[in-house]
Ligand binder design. Sequence first.
Ligand code: DON
Length: 591
Amino acid sequence: MIKVNAIRLGVLGLVGSIGLLFSLSVLANSASPNSANQAAVAMPDGYSAHVAKQVLLQGGNAVDAAVAAGFVLAVTYPEAGNLGGGGFMTLFTPTLSNAKNHTPQTSETLPVHFLDYREKAPKAAFRDLYLDQSKNVIPYRSLVGYQASGVPGTVMGLWQAHQRFGSLPWKQLLQPAIELAEQGFTVSKELEGTAQWYQNWIANKSSTPLNFSDYFGDLKTGETFKQPLLAKTLTRIANQGVDDFYQGTTAKQLVEHMQKHDGLITLADMHAYEAKWRVPVVGQWQNRTVVSAPPPSSGGVAIVQLLKMKQQLQSQFDQALIKAQKEGVPEQAMKAHFYAELEKRVYADRAHFLGDPDFVTVPVNELISDDYLTKRSQSVLMDEISDSETMRHGKIETPETTHFSIMDANGNAVSNTYTLNMPFGSGVVIPEAGFLMNNEMDDFSTKPGVANVFGVVGGKANEVAPEKRMLSSMSPTIVLKDNVVEMVVGTPGGSTIITSVFQTIVNVVDEGMSAQQAVDAPRVHHQLLPKDQIAYNPELPAETKTALELMGYNLKKNNYMGDVQLILNQAELSAASDVRGRGVSEVFSVP
Ligand code: DON
């Protein structure tokens, strides 16, 4: 029997014409999503889950559902769902027709695609934008206020995905978001909590006054929150498409507000913005094809590196584990150490090689090649910690984010991660338009060796430059087995995205966990710096912690470690939303 994942469905409380609680039922048998017309959604909240499901039931495909959900989340998940941010979409489209006049950019023969709608630095940006005269980083300038925003890409991204693969009318797909903005939605306790925290966090961090609190300062759990200005903006986008956002009324509202303060974004920036179809990272691993995010994300490269190095070292690890267990070291501690060793090397490569491929040459194929990784994994130590200070990138011989996963009944899949960067972005709302701007400029390396808000460093490859895209960790991923979707997976979490996606895939394939077990399992994270620090969530058993501390690690409990949304197609189709978030997932039949 298909297991319906009905967790946290109680959060639904839609109003007006969208307002219906949907009941879930246990559905019919099937081994493949195609044979019983089954589809699945794994979404970060109940509103987006409901709307994505309705679009699929109305005959829309996975891309239609993604477009509708993308706009809904801009209303109901304002921490990360957005119009003023950007993101990435990984697609598998075995039955979708490629739209009109499109030059295909697929990876060899597989119908896999990647859409980069990441924000771009404004034309006025330059390398030392966030440094003072003494070349010191100006605190919070890249994070809070008007100069923290890149040129937003979300509206263009959803538009281009729809132009290429959509089947239902654009206007119809925006209608649920418009209604939720007009009629309101019920504020969750998570949303109220994050908004309160953010309001306190931004206080006194900007040299110019912020208007965040005017719009989001009074969110109360259980109350209906209406956004009439955002509804008008969405209506314009529904009627005029991207032209409104990048050239029309919304563009003018955005630029006027930016220019009134000390913002950088101009109309020329908005006109020039383009989303790009890129070739995804494709790695072969354990008889599977892992399809994930290429630069300007570091995610796909890093995840394939982690998976392959783990596989290369598995038997060595198994032997070390037997020995360690005889000495009383728990398996969980050994695994955390093993992953930390792999991650150290991967984050050193990230800091050196990764950046916007339109500006720097990123040796993607070399970095994920078996030969390179065999050399790289040779230095992994099973019984002690490799030195962080001397950890360098490898040698190449030649030269509050949110994620959703959708699979339609024809086996097409969308894995989408998009973001404002931190929850609620820069704290700037475009007045009249009613949406938040991102603080993605902080994902650039503002100064070589100086960590960003997620504690990761970078160098030349990721320095600020006009019209450049900042390096990302976002990793919307699709795993194929025998050219059929096995997993659609991704998560928010800044630099922990990479290790969360890695561990979720490994939990399924190597540990044999169910979808729900795989996303809920404790996760550990190491990113080279801070030195020998392993972050974890949720709490680890005392014996695991003691063993790791004896090895020499500093342990840090992260309050936040992602919100994985996973669809899994094994003997049965299943879907799971991370216990850490307010997500809702469901498997259902499309008549
Ligand atoms: O692109 C990145 O890697 C970050 N801007 C993502 C931010 C994020 O995941 C925040 N989520 N909690």
